[in-house]
Design a protein around this ligand. Sequence first.
Ligand code: FES
Length: 208
Amino acid sequence: MDDAKRKFLKQTAIAMTVAGGAVVTIPFISSMRPVQTEQEYLDEHNALVDISDIPPGGMKKMNWLMAWNVVRIITVVRRTEQEISDLHFLQPLLLDPFSQDSKQPSYAQNIHRSLRKDIFVAINSCTHLGCGLTFKPDYAYERYGPDYWRGGFDCPCHGSYFDLAGRVYKGMPAKENLSIPPYHFVAENLIRIGVHPPATQASTEPKA
Ligand code: FES
């Protein structure tokens, strides 16, 4: 075998050894990476919601990954000044107007059930048996006039009504207000769902 041929065979053998080592080593190194915890996974996938396109009186829905393989639909409403003031007017008609027996973070346990009076965030599932809700912002909804209805959510399954703070009316199959997820404002028109606000944001927001 001449020198050139010997050199070629040697270089080929070295290259194959290196490639073979990489095939074995790379998956091994990958397996050494720390396994992602559920919280890290959720932090990575937490929904950032741009609400700049929601007009006053309007609503937007999006999916939220609440836990491993658990997706919830979130509804965000931008309430008008009139709708905010109606929240007080409706109190006598509601089962739990101050949300004492309902599920929400402490910063949403106020009449508006929200961090900001104008922006309402809730899980769009009826608290009776979990049906998705229909947004009904109009005053003159069905047979009820403005003395009873000032906009809110209607459950198509068994007819529970909720106001624009997700508070259930008296006499409905549902007995709890809509659940409020953890969330905070990253910017004026940007919300992160799934993460509680920094203490300063939670404490500076209006109480009822
Ligand atoms: S699931 Fe909504 S009223 Fe029954």
